[in-house]
Design a protein around this ligand. Structure first.
Ligand code: NAD
Length: 491
């Protein structure tokens, strides 16, 4: 099973692990099945990796439970900190290789992959700092008792992630969980298992004990469902689509009422007020919707422009996108946008572009694929839309955005909040009162003002409504991997 020598398109040769990572070993899957991993820029095969089964998950759970009980949950937290810091150093030392693996596997532009790896390094270090902060409260009840709370790790955790940020999502899941003393079994998405397995080899090199981190690629129906329903797993952390997330919440409850956190889909609104500074706004709109080719759950995929700036913004946005967003090979440094991750997603996006045209929306720019090989799509902007169109209502998860016009705060907040989702939101304004007032009115887990898709290791990220519940990053993520115990002593 174990390792295959691979060379990334920009010339890094390395040993790619291809086995399941269980108990600090790369092993063959029980069923003998494999996952074919392809390069989205060429649609050609890169390698095959082992595809896990129910038996593999059961074995990993036993190993993770043993590691949890024998040492990891009770060791000196400084030890958990130390190995997380070592892991961050290892990722930093191989930053360029890891970014290249990410671009090869996911299709994203190398410049973006480098940014992802930077966030991963920061986040590993930030999480290392939480390890010794399983704090509680002393509660003065004034009734002759001493009361206090402590936080404890929950146990073995199952984690399931999508393909759009394979390494970043993995770090957002694993780091806070193990910092708090839990052990984990993570399932990467089938199109993008390469960095997850490479990261596993770094976990071992950093000195993380056997059984603490386990990585099992495999089908959602086999590996994902076994994690979700396993009686010994105490928490499931899921990032992916809203439909899959709902199914997971139900099965997790039915099996053993395990804790669940869900980071799901979105259809986020990005508001541009008359007083916005256009020079700053244009790159923010681009980061909102064309970063990672729009395959970001918090993408600002509905742009709302106030009527006083509408006629100026549209031609300026078109010009800016056509001149600055080059689409093509992830490994050409000047390219801002790489490939869509997989054929199914490519077809979904192209279908939504056709739907938008049929619904009568006008195309300001884009609307086509780029080239014949691989999965590249031009940044696409629709205008003259109405709020009932499917392209305005449904998550597309690609480089496609709609622009609508608004009069005032009340109207735009009503339009922005008229969505089943509540993940991100953006406000472009130079007026601090507008920024504060509108941030309060928007139903979203994150509101960005004069920036967009701008993440920080210390700032929580999560959704409301059908975008899910629970947070990634910040102390909130760390706390979500703990449960509170209250102690009440009569004196
Ligand atoms: P998906 O829901 O199809 O798959 C996500 C993961 O779940 C994959 O690893 C998949 O194998 C697994 N899975 C599938 N069926 C399962 C089952 N029955 N039980 C357990 N696991 C199962 O989503 P996707 O297409 O990989 O990702 C795109 C979606 O993810 C978009 O809707 C996007 O908005 C969302 N997303 C959300 C966030 C966030 O933080 N809120 C971040 C990234 C992506």
């Amino acid at each position: 099973a174990d390792f295959v020598k691979l060379t990334t398109p920009n010339g890094f040769t390395y040993e790619q692990p291809t086995g399941l990572f269980i108990n600090n070993e790369f092993v063959k899957a029980h069923g003998g099945e494999t996952i074919l991993v392809e390069d989205p820029a060429t649609a050609k095969k890169i390698v095959e990796v082992q595809s896990g089964t129910k038996e593999d998950v059961n074995y990993a759970v036993d190993c993770a439970e043993k590691a949890f009980k024998s040492s990891w949950s009770t060791c000196d937290p400084k030890e958990r900190s130390r190995v997380l810091l070592k892991l961050a150093d290892l990722v930093e030392q191989r930053k360029e290789l890891i970014a290249s693996i990410e671009s090869m596997d996911n299709g994203k532009a190398l410049r973006l992959a480098r940014g992802d790896v930077g966030i991963v390094i920061d986040f590993l270090r930030s999480s290392a700092g939480y390890a010794d902060k399983l704090d509680g409260r002393a509660i003065n009840t004034g009734d002759g008792y001493v009361n206090y709370t402590i936080r404890e790790p929950v146990g073995v955790c199952g984690q399931i992630i999508p393909w759009n940020f394979p390494l970043m999502m993995l770090s957002w899941k694993i780091a806070p969980a193990i910092a708090a003393g839990n052990t984990v079994i993570l399932k990467p998405a089938s199109p993008t298992p390469l960095n997850a397995l490479y990261f596993a080899s770094l976990c071992k090199e950093a000195g993380i004990p056997a059984g603490v981190v386990n990585i099992i690629p495999g089908p959602g129906r086999a590996v994902g469902e076994t994690l979700t329903t396993h009686p010994k797993i105490r928490k499931i952390a899921f990032t992916g689509s809203t439909g899959t997330g709902k199914g997971i919440a139900i099965k997790a409850a039915e099996s053993n009422l395990k804790k669940v956190t869900l980071e799901l889909g979105g259809k986020s609104a990005h508001l541009v007020f008359n007083d916005a500074n256009l020079e700053k706004t244009l790159p923010n709109l681009v980061n909102g919707i064309f970063l990672n080719a729009g395959q970001i759950c918090s993408s600002g995929s509905r742009i709302y422009v106030q009527e006083g700036i509408y006629d100026k913004l549209l031609p300026a946005f078109k010009k800016y996108v056509e001149e600055n967003i080059s689409v093509g090979s992830p490994f050409v440094e000047s390219n801002f946008q790489g490939a869509i991750n997989n054929k199914m997603q490519f077809d979904t996006i192209m279908n939504y572009i056709a739907i938008g045209k049929e619904e009568g929306a006008k195309v300001l720019t884009g609307g086509k694929r780029v080239g014949e090989e691989g999965y590249f799509i031009r940044p696409t902007i629709f205008y003259d839309v109405n709020e009932d169109m499917r392209i305005v209502k449904e998550e597309i998860f690609g480089p496609v955005v709609t622009i609508s016009k608004f009069k005032d705060i009340d109207e735009v907040v009503a339009m922005a909040n008229d969505s089943e989702f509540g993940l991100g939101a953006g406000i472009e304004t130079e007026n601090v009162s507008t920024a504060l007032k509108v941030s309060k009115m928007l139903k979203a887990g994150t509101v960005w003002v004069n920036t967009y898709n701008d993440f920080h290791a210390s700032v929580p990220f999560g959704g409301c409504k059908q975008s899910g519940y629970g947070s990634e990053m910040g102390i909130e993520a760390f706390e979500s991997y703990t449960s509170v115990k209250a102690v009440r002593i009569k004196i």
